[in-house]
Design a binder for this molecule. Structure first.
Ligand SMILES: *Cc1c(COP(=O)(O)O)cnc(C)c1O
Length: 366
């Protein structure tokens, strides 16, 4: 490839600069303004979340979620092990204790292990953070039921899954709080940004308060609690408004990319694709595969020689040196996926001929 093929680069709709120009004209070069409001409204309209809060990142959103739920030192927070660290860092910020739960055949968190973890935990866990991995829905119905039964708050890390749904309901709105990311490689990008959603007005208002330095509503600066500077800039929100207009198109394209790969690689027995649970529609953020025999790290090298970016799957949290001593419950599945898996280029500007070329390289190597 003459031009580098990236894993999942941003794909602007063309409207972004127009909206940015509008933001400049209004001089709202600030972490508030009309585009922040419009961005929040567009998320509520699309996901049907009653309330939303635009933030500087999804990591900030997860942090605020734990903070408004009152999770603190010594509390146990259950969480998917097979995920990106942004999903769990906030647990450490609050000095709570993560309890890592392995995957099942869906690649996402195992509801069976979740039940076992609740039974095994040294004390009652306060919250659960689940990831909808690579934009594919976790077994959300079962997870919601388990959390209800045990009175555990559910936070959905939907950073990768904006636009994914189960029985028509969007990822991110099943839990008590949900978080989306607009980082550079996500399905939509504002260069950096996040959104917290909830059906609780009170929690979103409290999160907004913490996100703006916990400033009490007085004329002067009065503080009873500590906060953060986590709000999103109006300029970046202008990008977000334009990006939200093409979300459906982007999901359709991601799903088409997955199907092209599946067609092209269908003849190779040792390759499997990440599944989609019944009743769900993933956003196929990244097309991810596993090899039964071939070492995926060799494929990464082969593609790299042709200026094509591909990556291993997430290394599970329970295998990270940072979490050597952590509470965990394992199935061996995520470790196996990490050893055998590969993320293929899945940018929404990718052409079918690029996918054919990538698959030809993979087939030749095998
Ligand atoms: C990207 C990502 C995050 C972090 O999102 P930011 O907006 O970059 O903070 C968190 N969790 C998962 C699963 C992610 O993929």
């Amino acid at each position: 490839m003459n031009k580098r093929v990236f894993l999942s680069p941003p794909n602007m709709s063309g409207k972004e600069q127009e909206y940015i120009a509008e933001a400049f004209e209004s001089n709202y070069i600030a972490p508030l303004g009309p585009f922040v409001n419009r961005f929040e409204e567009s998320i509520c309209n699309y996901t049907k979340a009653p309330y939303s809060l635009a933030l500087s990142s999804a990591t900030a959103g997860l942090h605020l979620a734990l903070r408004v739920l009152g999770v603190g030192e010594g509390d146990i927070v259950l969480t998917s092990s097979f995920t990106f660290i942004g999903s769990v860092n906030a647990i450490l910020y609050e000095r709570a204790t993560p309890f890592f739960i392995d995957s099942d055949e869906s690649w996402n968190i195992s509801p069976l292990l979740l039940k076992e973890a609740i039974a095994l935990a040294p004390k009652k866990p306060k919250a659960l953070i689940i990831t909808h991995l690579y934009g594919q829905m976790a077994k959300i119905e079962e997870i919601v039921a388990i959390c209800k039964e045990h009175n555990i708050y559910l936070i959905e890390d939907a950073a990768e899954s904006l636009g994914a749904s189960f029985q028509g309901k969007q990822s991110g709105v099943f839990g008590d709080l949900g978080v989306y990311s607009f980082n550079g490689n996500k399905i939509l990008s504002t260069s950096g940004g996040g959104m917290l959603v909830s059906a609780s007005k009170e929690w979103i208002e409290k999160a907004s308060f913490f996100a703006t330095q916990a400033k009490e509503p007085y004329l002067y600066y009065e503080h009873k609690e500590y906060g953060y500077n986590y709000r999103l800039s109006n300029i970046l929100a202008a990008i977000g408004v334009a990006q939200m207009e093409v979300l459906e198109e982007r999901v359709a394209k991601k799903r088409a990319i997955f199907e092209y790969y599946q067609e092209e690689l269908s003849g190779i027995e040792e390759i499997s694709f990440m599944p989609e649970i019944e009743g769900s529609r993933g956003n196929r953020w990244l097309t991810t595969i596993t090899f039964e025999k071939t070492n995926p790290f060799e494929i990464i090298e082969v593609l790299e020689k042709h200026n094509i970016e591909s990556r291993p799957l997430w290394k599970p949290m329970h295998l990270q040196p940072l979490f050597k001593e952590s509470l965990q419950i394992r199935s061996g599945i995520s470790e196996n996926l990490f050893q055998k898996g590969l993320c293929l280029p899945s940018g929404t500007a990718l052409q079918k001929r690029d996918i054919v070329a990538i698959c030809t390289l993979i087939k030749k190597h095998i």
